[in-house]
Design a protein around this ligand. Structure first.
Ligand code: CA2
Length: 153
């Protein structure tokens, strides 16, 4: 029997507003649309999708701990993570990823390097396996694919 394996997709603050305004920066897809595209990609790869969004740092940390424990149990391959503005502020999220050794691919819908200088630094990138920036919501699909490829090596 083939074991069931999952992938987490975690979204930070204000990403529930996707598709409601600022289409020139974030595109027109809503967060439910992003969940649907992630589910399609996960299903194509034979993975279960665990998709969450929270505006609360502690909730995101709890999911990172949960995902890290499930990677160690062989139940999931890692997490795609768009930490929103916590990218630029959160040592706690950095420590959670480092402490759990959770394989993370960091995703940003917009090209943060073409935006305000305060968006240029990420506390997440040093503890991520890789980062996808500025490719729109397609970045989520690419990140799931990248985690899947990493899990095969
Ligand atoms: O580009 C990204 O994915 C970001 O992680 C999005 C964050 C931003 O703080 C990061 O610097 C880059 C913001 C998410 C808020 O999304 C909104 C969507 C529609 C309207 C307002 C906010």
């Amino acid at each position: 029997m083939i074991p069931v394996t999952g992938v987490y997709v975690l979204n930070g603050p204000n990403l529930n507003l996707l598709g409601t305004r600022r289409p020139e920066v974030y595109g027109t897809m809503t967060l439910p649309d992003v969940e649907e595209l992630c589910r399609e990609e996960a299903t194509r790869l034979g993975l279960d999708l665990i998709f969450h969004q929270s505006n609360h740092e502690g909730r995101l940390i709890d999911w990172i701990h949960e995902a890290g424990a499930r990677v160690k149990a062989g139940e999931v391959i890692g997490a795609v993570f768009n930490p929103g503005a916590y990218t630029h502020t959160s040592i706690a999220l950095h420590d959670a990823i480092e402490g759990t050794e959770l394989p993370v691919v960091e995703v940003h819908i917009s090209n943060v390097h073409r935006r305000e200088s305060f968006r240029h630094h990420s506390y997440i990138s040093p503890v991520a396996r890789g980062t996808i920036v500025g490719l729109g919501t397609d970045g989520y699909r690419l990140a799931i694919d990248a985690l899947h490829r990493m899990s095969l090596t």
